[in-house]
Design a binder for this molecule. Sequence first.
Ligand code: E4P
Length: 219
Amino acid sequence: MKLFLDSAITDEIRKYYSTGMIDGVTTNPTLIYKSGRNPEDVYQELIDIGIPDISMEVVGDENTMIGEGRRLIKKFGNRQATIKVPCTVDGLAACRALSDEGARVNVTLVFSLAQSILSHKSGATYISPFVGRVNDNSFNGLDLIKEITATFCTQNVESTQVLAASLRDVHSVAECFTYGADIVTMPPSIFDKMYNHVLTEKGLQLFDADYAATFGKAL
Ligand code: E4P
């Protein structure tokens, strides 16, 4: 059960990584653009923070993605760098080539069981089904997770892990694990909200008040 942060904001990632609960980071071109930074500066900082698994997305046609993937692996190392490719004909060909060379590949923009099967057949280490974007289009994103994990389980698929992505709320994050996802990636703001429960807050207020009453002083 691994938790990844879906972000390119290194200060936030550093803060939450220090909790000891974060297993990796996923980025994409939109997140990098929003950070206002050069992608490789972001990756280098994440490497320096010690993030064990960093998804770095490549774009373009098959050969461009393969070339970029190789360059990123050479620069940042196989241990921490995961190459992220889209679930397209070119993306899956790049996945095959890079996986055969020993790279971890994360196939992103997965919206169907059929795409998840092709990604597995292309040697993907991770597939990223987008829960939130499916929900945005009036389908049930969690059903997609359930369908993929059930099929991978029935077929004894072990070499490809389900990395649930595009999460917008705490409940869906937790449900992804219930439905068998191996990893869930989420924005730092959602991770932060995972701590919260109204009954915890209410209970703590009472305990604090009673503690203070016991010793005759406020905390
Ligand atoms: C997955 O790896 C993507 O980076 C991400 O989860 C997409 O999320 P969004 O649909 O909120 O943009």
